[in-house]
Design a protein around this ligand. Structure first.
Ligand code: DGL
Length: 262
């Protein structure tokens, strides 16, 4: 057993959707979250840069004694997880677009995937899509601009609605019945997406699956926190922390939120 924190990182605020699922499942665990907002978005960067940024985040989390690291970013996972697993000995959990359940459950045989360019261009995404959705029509759409608006706290803006309509309309016309959110930032857009999508279209992400998987790996390595120590929830961003505070303000747990350099 270990009282050390679970480390979580994302290119910015998107991974907070994964943090929430982790917290709901394991409220007794300490967690340390890194929002690399200074370098967001990752999705339009070359793979070599994404790997470098991921290593910087990993090094920081490991210096703080994290017992496991959750890469709460599809772009980072699909571009860097293999290298990270080769470079570090701590267990590393990733997140990929939930294309498998969408393809399995689709009745129309058409599923939409909204993700970053970096995720859609990765060989890991191509492999997963070929494995689980080869007899399905998969409409891939990159979400250029969405992460920037979310990082700026502009989820409700007209510009956001306009971009979402532009990205979703071709999928709606093609008859999707599942929309896979292949970027952790997009989970914060559910209300806006629901406004645009027909009622019968289901929106899915992988947050709960990642939380369950993380718990099972902690169990397997006997790393769960079974002690009496009160857990601490720490959130670091390398950009102005006010937007992060806003994102977390509705959450009742006690938290430390700070801007630091990493
Ligand atoms: N949250 C990241 C993801 O899941 C955002 C990507 C980005 O920074 O472009 O892909």
């Amino acid at each position: 057993m270990s009282a050390n924190p679970i480390g979580i990182f994302d290119s910015g605020l998107g991974g907070l959707s994964i943090w929430e699922a982790l917290y709901d499942l394991m409220p007794e665990e300490s967690m340390l979250y890194l929002a690399d907002s200074k370098y967001a978005p990752y999705g339009q960067r070359p793979q070599s840069e994404i790997i470098q940024l991921c290593k910087k985040n990993m090094d920081y989390l490991l210096r703080q004694g994290c017992k496991i690291v959750v890469v709460a970013c599809n772009t980072a996972t699909t571009n860097a997880i293999e290298v990270l697993r080769q470079s570090y000995s701590v267990p590393i959990i990733g997140i990929e677009p939930a294309i498998k359940p969408a393809a399995l459950n689709s009745k129309t045989g058409v599923v939409g995937v909204l993700a970053t360019r970096g995720t859609l261009a990765s060989s890991l995404f191509a492999k997963t899509a070929a494995l689980y959705a080869k007899d399905r029509k998969v409409i891939e759409q990159f979400g250029d601009g969405l992460v920037n608006l979310i990082e700026a706290g502009e989820m409700e803006s007209d510009q956001m609605r306009e971009l979402l309509r532009k990205y979703l309309n071709p999928m709606i016309r093609a008859g999707i019945d599942y929309l896979v959110l292949g970027c952790t930032h997009y989970s914060f857009l559910r209300p806006q997406l629901e406004e645009i999508l027909p009622k019968e279209v289901k929106i899915i992400d992988a947050a709960n699956a990642v939380a369950k998987h993380t718990k099972s790996i902690l169990e397997k390595h006997q790393l769960l926190n079974l002690g009496e120590e009160k857990p601490t929830l720490t959130f670091y961003t390398n950009k102005d922390s006010s937007i992060m505070r806003r994102f977390l303000s509705a959450h009742p747990a006690n938290k430390i939120i700070e801007q630091i350099d990493f």
